[in-house]
Design a protein around this ligand. Structure first.
Ligand SMILES: Cc1cc2nc3c(=O)[nH]c(=O)nc-3n(C[C@H](O)[C@H](O)[C@H](O)COP(=O)(O)OP(=O)(O)OC[C@H]3O[C@@H](n4cnc5c(N)ncnc54)[C@H](O)[C@@H]3O)c2cc1C
Length: 402
């Protein structure tokens, strides 16, 4: 059996190893268009490679994927985070699970993952051809004819592991075969706020914020980081992932409502403020911070409320209390543009999951053609979920089931 794997990245290497283990006598070649293999693995997780996530509950795990939740819920039954951890540890790569659930090699160096892959493929006799990009595929009876930089070669089975493509044109060769393609747009980005003073508070992290995009149903909670260009942190990144398509349609120009205290019930907040007034009547408003808000943030919010300096809690009145409740729970900022999150960015879009059989990862359009990784319309939030999707789909594709 002659097998080609297109793409020498995470999914490509993982599937190559598994194919050789499943079919030791198969003739297997990885074709990589660039001069280097595993280049994303190298830079991933800030050079540490967040290889998976510690979450082992399949239903919870699947929720981390704005695209692919239902599809992966089925696929994780076959290969999930538990299997990934066993896979690496049994091949001599000890891992550690951080408190936030992110899993890294104990060495804190992505090179450990790369070394593991390179050693495995060498031992198994996988051929790797670099500088070889696949331009097109043609069906010839039961076989597939690959056009590799102009050279044509026939294979019995082909796994496509070419990763995310930022442009639709990069997926045209798969579209030409009859696959439906979901138009690619970026996911996992931070929000630019060129006209907002809040940037002066850069470095402040609010541990439990709730953020909504005005005029949509998009909302997300978690830590929010104020940066020198706007806002970032898990709450914002999650919003960018779940809202990738809607925010692209809005041309990255929209308003967000920040609830700094993650309390949606305005009456609860009002009662809390009235309690504070009772016990702090004579204190200056700027000297007592509700909900343990950071001092710089509290002073900033008070300036936004336009209270006079030296204002006391007892001077607030009903209007003042309403202003405080409103700024704590519904503080509005204008977003204009996005910035790529350097630690990890992915593409929303790719080959439609309607055209892929979840049990085999085989194309429903072209027999003997399989998919794995980000080329599919699957992407996750940060936390090792994107690699997990690549390992899972690669593990299933490598069974090469009809
Ligand atoms: C900076 C950064 C950091 C990241 N950090 C993390 C992290 O810590 N944890 C996590 O879970 N995810 C992370 N991700 C996301 C993760 O890297 C990807 O989701 C994952 O690499 C996808 O694997 P893949 O095999 O599908 O694609 P890739 O790893 O991108 O590999 C695809 C390969 O195919 C090659 N190729 C493309 N087209 C062709 C062609 N026509 N012919 C031949 N070869 C081709 C490419 O050159 C590439 O080498 C990060 C992403 C970035 C950009």
């Amino acid at each position: 059996m002659k097998i080609a794997i297109i793409g020498g990245g995470a999914g490509g290497f993982f599937s190559a190893i598994a194919v050789k283990e499943n079919f030791p006598s198969a003739e297997l070649t990885i074709f990589e268009k660039s001069k280097k293999v595993l280049s994303k693995v190298k830079v991933s997780g800030g050079g540490r490679c967040n290889v998976t996530n510690g979450c082992t509950n399949i239903k919870e795990l699947a929720k981390a994927y704005p695209r692919g939740e239902q599809f992966l819920k089925k696929a994780f039954g076959t290969f999930n985070t538990k299997h990934t951890m066993e896979w690496f540890e049994s091949r001599g790569v000890p891992l550690i699970i951080q408190n936030d659930g992110c899993v890294f090699p104990k060495s804190q160096d992505s090179q450990s993952i790369i070394d593991c892959f390179l050693q495995e493929v060498k031992q198994l006799g996988v051929e790797i051809k670099i500088g070889k990009g696949i331009l097109s595929i043609e069906q010839q009876d039961k076989q597939l004819l690959l056009n590799i930089n102009g050279e044509k070669l026939l294979f019995d089975k082909v796994i496509v592991a070419t990763g995310g493509s930022p442009k639709l044109s990069g997926l045209k060769w798969l579209q030409d075969l009859g696959h439906k393609i979901e138009t690619p747009v970026p996911s996992l980005f931070t929000f630019n706020m060129p006209n907002e003073e809040i940037k002066t508070l850069m470095g402040i992290v609010v541990e439990k914020a709730l953020v909504n995009v005005q005029g949509t149903k998009l909302k997300s909670d978690g830590p929010l980081l104020i940066t020198h260009w706007g806002m970032s942190g898990p709450a914002i990144l999650k919003l960018s992932a779940f809202g990738a398509r809607i925010l692209s349609e809005m041309n990255y120009s929209f308003k967000i409502q920040v609830n700094w205290i993650n309390e949606v019930n305005a009456d609860t907040v009002r009662n809390e403020i009235l309690q504070i007034i009772k016990s702090n009547e004579n204190k200056l408003v700027n000297n007592y911070r509700p909900y343990g808000l950071q001092d710089r943030l509290w002073q900033f919010l008070l300036t936004k409320c336009e209270f006079p300096k030296e204002h006391r809690w007892s001077n607030l009145g009903k209007k003042g209390v309403n202003k405080i409740v409103n700024i704590l729970t519904n503080d509005i900022y204008s977003v204009q543009g996005k910035t790529t999150f350097k630690e990890e960015f992915v593409t929303c879009g790719g080959v439609s999951l309607e055209d892929i059989d979840v049990k085999t990862m085989q194309s429903k359009v072209v027999k003997n053609l399989y998919f794995c990784g980000e080329v599919m319309n699957i992407d996750g939030i940060t936390g090792g979920y994107n690699f997990q999707a690549a390992w899972t789909t690669a593990a299933i594709a490598s069974n090469l089931k009809a």
